[in-house]
Design a binder for this molecule. Sequence first.
Ligand SMILES: C[S@@+](CC[C@H](N)C(=O)[O-])C[C@H]1O[C@@H](n2cnc3c(N)ncnc32)[C@H](O)[C@@H]1O
Length: 333
Amino acid sequence: MREQRGQHRFAVVANPPSAENIATVYDEAGDDYVAYADGDPYNLFAFEGAHAYADRRLWALLETKLNALRTSGASSVNILDAGCGPGTWLRRLVTRARQIGFSRITARGFDVAQAQIRAARRKAHDLSGLPGVNLTFEVADLTGALPEADASVDMTLCLYSVLSHLPVASLPKVSVEIARVTRGHFITTVRSIGSTPTAFVDSIEKARHFSLDHRLDLCEVELRGGRRLALPFHLFSARELRNCFSDHFDIDDLCGLDIFHNRFIPDHRWNPASLLLDQPLADHLARLEETWSRDSSFMERAAHLLLVGCRRQTAEQERGFVRPDTPPAAHRA
Ligand SMILES: C[S@@+](CC[C@H](N)C(=O)[O-])C[C@H]1O[C@@H](n2cnc3c(N)ncnc32)[C@H](O)[C@@H]1O
């Protein structure tokens, strides 16, 4: 197909892409996805590279929740990571949970992409064998039923665009299922309607073309090597994300993650090497993020929307019929 400037058209996708397409895309990316998304997979808390700011903010939040649970006197913790990819976030949490003295740690990650789950198992091998740690990774689809018991999970995660890949029509059911198993917090990030583009498995500079059809929620990307991806992808407004979860969760926070950083990183194909993102500028950007991340005109221009929900008590719990393993009050901290 001959490309006309600004008018590149992809071949029409015969069938809307499904979870299978998603799995294939992330499977084919293999370990390259880890390098792109997480940097050095064995240096768990380095937080450097393109996504450093959002990752640092997210990690500070997760660590605070974990510490609060431990400080409340809990010695066991149950964490679920839906759409865990290569499992880096779960490995971070399990590592920290051990360091702060949890003696029984149950953590399950699942994803539709088999190669990502294989990578997660491989990388978590050392951790999974430790006494008191039950860390597992499985291939499964978030649009199906979860095997966890009602109100059994302290922290349910769904990080970095997993929900953006799901059909919008499936979100009410997914939200009910997440709420069913969660007794503590639900933490998710999705791409916002004003976010900058992504090629999912690699930096956007590697994309020769991309387009996102908002009517079909279909994103097509052609990478420089010629590889083509067609993926379901939905950009969320802040209100839409809130509405998905507010029936079952008190929304503790809803904010933008990375409004300024990605726009200030120098591009060395264009900017001179002398233009650095040095510490004073990084500090200033962090202050700007803090100031504007909950402002309605800026929030939806962030790369990601972060939602933190605290599971609302069910009527049964409010009437006092509480399970013996009901969470400590720390969940409400
Ligand atoms: C951008 S990656 C994020 C991976 C991981 N949460 C992280 O932060 O590193 C999105 C992940 O969502 C997974 N995914 C997409 N749809 C899914 C579904 N229906 N069920 C489970 N995982 C899904 C993809 O396979 C992919 O690994």
